[in-house]
Design a protein around this ligand. Structure first.
Ligand SMILES: Nc1ncnc2c1ncn2[C@@H]1O[C@H](COP(=O)(O)OP(=O)(O)O)[C@@H](O)[C@H]1O
Ligand SMILES: [Mg+2]
Length: 297
């Protein structure tokens, strides 16, 4: 197949994908989005003859727009623009999860400092304030007191870009020092890991320790539902265990977000499976079904 890779920086994740694709003799067109112009009237030449294009843009805004262009140029894109739009925005993400009946932390959105403070007081301390758009645990605030709440809200309202004036207030989930990241293709898990840290933020980007994690039936069900809730695709689904005490199994899980341009370097290091291999298997089947060809049985 001829596959396009939309990117702005080749990280280890992209290197893993590229070497797997080349090993299988696929024709890869690397498309650095910083070097392209995307005309509304028609596709740039690099899009010619592509069977499928994979969005690996680091920047959320580029990813959201470039996937719209791929769709307009009639090239199948992973993930699609609708998925990117929901996943890129924590408000849309939360609404989609709730609508699909997936447990997700209780969240309020407020548009002024005063109404946000009311939400914070209602959730009680600690609670969490998140940027609507963001990743890697950046600009996340765990609020321990009313004084801290007032200060953070004032800073956001005064210094923040307009997106930071949308206050996304969330209950604090008392997780067992870790959260769970699942890489899934159309709701089917490829691999899962636990990310542990003494810090409340357990992002791999924040230096959390990673280990394999065995998904139970409930987690499998939620991964499938959360994937469908945002429109499916190649996704990173983040869950927290709820109601865990000493060595006990969790009572349930809560899904705090679904990511659309998912990193898998850390997962590949801990997982027993060949993560890029599985991802490319899935991309091949996707390209084949998009082209209308029969999948061999
Ligand atoms: N409501 C919450 N309660 C407790 N911990 C949370 C909560 N929301 C997020 N976290 C922790 O913060 C990390 C980052 O949160 P997340 O919503 O995934 O933002 P990002 O998009 O920056 O990764 C999570 O991996 C988790 O460890
Ligand atoms: Mg996250």
């Amino acid at each position: 197949m001829k596959i396009g890779l939309l990117y702005s920086r080749i990280r280890t994740d992209e290197k893993l994908l590229l070497s797997e694709l080349r090993e299988r003799d696929h024709d890869v067109e690397k498309i650095d989005v910083r070097k392209q112009q995307f005309a509304v009237s028609g596709a740039p030449e690099v899009f010619d003859d592509l069977d499928i294009v994979v969005d690996r843009c680091l920047s959320t805004s580029r990813s959201v727009y470039v996937t719209k262009f791929a769709r307009a140029y009639d090239v199948p894109v992973i993930n699609g623009p609708d998925v990117a739009e929901v996943c890129a925005d924590k408000v849309k993400n939360s609404l989609a999860l709730v609508e699909a009946g997936v447990p997700t932390p209780d969240t309020d959105v407020a548009f002024t400092k005063d109404t946000a403070l009311e939400s914070i007081e209602r959730f009680g301390y600690p609670c969490v304030l998140k940027p609507v758009v963001g990743s890697w645990g950046r600009l996340m605030a765990k609020i321990d007191s009313r004084d801290a709440a007032e200060a953070i809200l004032e800073h956001k309202a005064t210094l923040g870009h307009y997106e930071h004036k949308i206050f996304y207030v969330q209950e604090f989930v008392d997780k067992p020092g870790r959260d769970i990241r699942v890489l899934a293709t159309d709701g089917e898990p490829v691999a899962a890991m636990a990310r542990s840290s003494d810090h409340w933020l357990t992002n791999a980007a924040k230096g959390a320790e990673t280990d394999t994690f065995e998904l139970d039936d409930r987690a499998l069900e939620l991964v499938e539902k959360a994937s469908a809730a945002v429109g499916g695709g190649l996704l990173g689904i983040d869950l927290m265990e709820v109601g865990v005490s000493e060595d006990s199994e969790p009572d349930d899980y809560t899904v705090h977000e679904v990511n659309h341009t998912v990193e898998f370097k850390a997962l590949n290091e801990v997982a027993d499976v060949d993560v890029p291999g599985e991802v490319v298997d899935w991309l091949e089947s996707k390209a084949q079904s998009e082209s209308g060809a029969e999948t061999p049985t």
